[in-house]
Each structure stands twice: as C-alpha cells, then as structure tokens.
Ligand binder design. Structure first.
Ligand code: AMP
Length: 195
C-alpha cells in the first residue's frame, strides 16, 4: 500500500506517518528528514539545500524527485510506503505519477490532514519547546519567523495539490484537529474503505 499524507507544516504528517508505518508495516518516507540527514552528513545535496531549508523555502523539484525515485527502489519499500512531505509542488506530483507508473507501482490513497491555520503556529512552537525540554536539537526552521515563510510556501506551492488529487478522485480529507489517536482511526477508516 502506497500513501501520500498531505498537509501544512504542523498538521501532524510526521506523527501520523510514523504511527501508520508501524501499524501497517510500511516505510515512512519524509523528504524533510532525508534532507536534514544529508545536511548532518555534509553531503553535496546537504550543502546545496541547507540555506533554503533554513529560510523556509522549498528545495528544487529535481533534487527531491531524484531522492524519492531512488528511495522507492530500495528493498524495504517493497511492501509499501507513506510519503510525508512529498510531493510539495504540482511538478513533483506530476513527476511522482509518472515515476510510479514507470516502476509499476500504485498510489492507493492521498490523505489530507486538515488543520486550522491558527493552530499550526502553536503546534510548531510546541514542537520546538518539547525538543528543547527533552534536550534534543530544535529544527533550524522551527521558529515563528521561518514558519510564516513555510506557510506561505505551503499555500503558494503545495495547497494546489489538494485540487489536483481531488480532480483525480484520489483525495480523502481527515480532521487533523482531532486527538492523535482519533486522526489515526480516521486514516485507518480511509485505508480500509470505510470513509
Ligand atoms: P518538513 O520536514 O517536511 O517540514 O520539510 C522541511 C523542509 O525541507 C521544507 O521547508 C523544505 O525546505 C524542505 N523540503 C522537504 N520536502 C520537500 C519537498 N518535497 N520539496 C521541496 N522542499 C522540501
């Protein structure tokens, strides 16, 4: 089963993708996490993407499409994967459709986690505070100033994907304002054909 989780920064994609991956034996593919790992490892991709990520902008389509195309071919993705943070532009969505067809893979569901805009800022601030309290590093882009730019990038570049997948009869929307377990149940209902 191959699934896309769509939603604004702070909508809960990472939390739900991780839990869903565990429930269904799938692999969570977070392009943001892969890019942060590349920055930590000091790879060429990391060097190219660090400043744009820090400023809240989007990394080039070519880079992320290449990363995802390679990653999907790895053996652990055979049972299925959850895309978390990809695609983020119409160009990426079109490239994904094409590359899945070329690899003979299906897209089983596109699930939008819908969250009120006003809640997003509070959620990101909480994520940063929780990381700090746990003695973990705070993401370079988890601050109020950069979040505004990330939200702008979401509305300008990513939110059109909701229309794109709706028009392809693939979109399902769940209420991302519900408690974490409730959202997980809504996602299961979609995947089990009950919603
Ligand atoms: P995330 O962890 O999904 O919030 O992503 C963090 C940052 O990584 C984003 O603000 C972008 O700079 C970059 N990024 C992650 N995924 C993509 C993508 N699919 N396209 C472009 N940039 C991305």
């Amino acid at each position: 089963m191959n699934v896309i989780l769509l939603g604004a920064p702070g909508a809960g994609k990472g939390t739900q993708a991780e839990a869903l991956a565990q429930r269904r034996g799938l692999v969570q593919l977070s392009t943001g996490e892969m890019l942060r790992a590349a920055i930590r490892a000091g790879t060429e991709i990391g060097k190219k993407t660090e400043s744009v990520m820090k400023s809240g902008g989007l990394v080039s389509d070519e880079i992320v499409i290449g990363i995802i195309s390679d990653r999907i071919d790895e053996p652990d993705c055979k049972n299925g994967f959850i895309l978390d943070g990809f695609p983020r532009t119409l160009k990426q969505a079109a490239a994904l459709t094409k590359l899945l067809a070329a690899k003979g893979r299906n897209l089983d569901a596109v699930i939008e986690l819908r969250v009120d805009d006003a809640a997003l800022i509070g959620r990101i601030e909480k994520r940063a505070a929780d990381a700090l309290a746990a003695g973990q590093p705070v993401r370079a882009d988890d601050n109020a100033e950069t979040l505004k730019l990330r939200l702008l990038a979401y509305y300008r570049e990513t939110s059109p994907l909701i229309g794109y997948y709706f028009a392809h009869d693939q979109l399902k929307t769940v209420n991302g304002m519900a408690a974490i377990d409730d959202v997980a149940q809504q996602i299961d209902d979609v995947l089990d054909g009950k919603a």
